[in-house]
Design a protein around this ligand. Structure first.
Ligand code: C2E
Ligand code: MG
Ligand code: MG
Ligand code: MG
Length: 287
């Protein structure tokens, strides 16, 4: 009896594994052609300061497959990382972001920063920094507009090399944020040694604000810790007024989430920049 049950579980496990493997194979073979077939695009999500002013855009990659429709980056980025395709895709994102910044500039719009997600494998590539700086220079951009978002996974390899690389970036004016902060498993000691500018408080913490004293305490503690280390804090995934109010009351520096805006295409993003300031008396009115 027990043996049979075990065999069933095994069979189910195999089928699921098989599906996952098939899906990643499909993704990686289709993704290879996605760039040349112009299926990739970028969207931009506003990040607001305490006055409700849009100070930053996070660049988010989109893939629309002609038959399957939109495929989430949460699904295809890990596959691209595994297959090494992330180098090419990452480079494409970088280049397109520089064009985007230049188009904004041509319309008289200068953001204080534009944040680009960089995956661990991409950042740990030998020529990453060199390629990035070359691109920025060739497109005539000020490097200090660029912010890189790295997750803690990018910090799991040789920390000395990472530190050295980050110092080169910092000296060039590029700033670095830790994305999804609080969800990684690495020790916090890197916060003292790496030249970081910002922590992005993961949406998982933001969504629990108001649930109980412990979840509130964690959010407060992360903000206080960041500030005492001279780091700014961005709250990710802000969806309610209550969350926004709590974060403001506890000195969070900037805010991102559906409460303010979803990620937007370039034209819609520019339109939202042209709208006036949206927070009055600490309360958000509209966007
Ligand atoms: P992330 O960098 O943490 O980006 C934030 C994600 O949260 C985005 O999902 C964004 O659309 C979503 N989001 C923003 N506000 C809210 C909210 O209020 N509620 C909820 N439920 N979600 C919100 P998206 O665009 O699907 O991207 C998922 C992840 O894929 C990103 O997480 C990032 O890790 C990765 N990714 C996206 N674009 C790129 C890229 O160009 N390169 C790399 N390497 N990774 C990327
Ligand atoms: Mg990010
Ligand atoms: Mg994040
Ligand atoms: Mg994330």
């Amino acid at each position: 009896q027990a043996k049979e049950k075990g065999r069933d579980a095994h069979a189910i496990y195999n089928t699921e594994m098989e599906e996952i493997v098939q899906k990643s194979l499909w993704i990686s073979s289709e993704l290879k052609r996605a760039i040349v077939k112009e299926q990739l695009s970028l969207v931009f999500q506003p990040i607001l300061d305490r006055d409700g002013e849009i100070v930053c855009a996070e660049v988010l990659l989109r893939w629309t497959h002609p038959e399957k429709g939109p495929i989430s980056p949460a699904e295809f980025i890990p596959v691209a990382e595994g297959s090494g395709l992330i180098q090419e895709i990452g480079y494409w994102v970088l280049k397109e972001t520089c064009y985007f910044i230049n188009r904004l500039k041509a319309r008289g719009i200068v953001l204080s920063s534009v944040a680009i997600n960089v995956s661990a494998r991409q950042f740990n590539q030998d020529l990453f920094v060199e390629n990035l700086l070359t691109e920025i220079m060739e497109q005539g951009l000020a490097a200090d507009t660029i912010e890189l978002e790295l997750t803690e996974y990018a910090l799991l390899t040789n920390l000395d090399i990472i530190k050295q690389r980050m110092h080169v970036l910092k000296e060039s004016g590029i700033s670095i944020a830790i994305d999804d902060f609080g969800t990684g498993y690495s020790s916090l000691s890197y916060l003292q040694t790496l030249p970081l500018s910002r922590l992005k408080l993961d949406a998982a913490f933001v969504s629990k604000i108001g649930e109980n004293d412990a979840s509130n305490a964690i959010v407060k503690a992360i903000i206080n810790m960041a500030h005492s280390l001279n780091l700014k804090v961005v709250a990710e995934g802000v969806e309610t007024q209550e969350q926004h109010q709590f974060l403001r009351d506890h000195d969070c520096d900037t805010f991102q989430g559906y409460l303010f805006s979803r990620p937007l295409d370039e034209e819609a993003f520019i339109q939202s920049l042209l709208k006036p300031n949206t927070i009055q008396d600490g309360k958000l009115t509209c966007l």
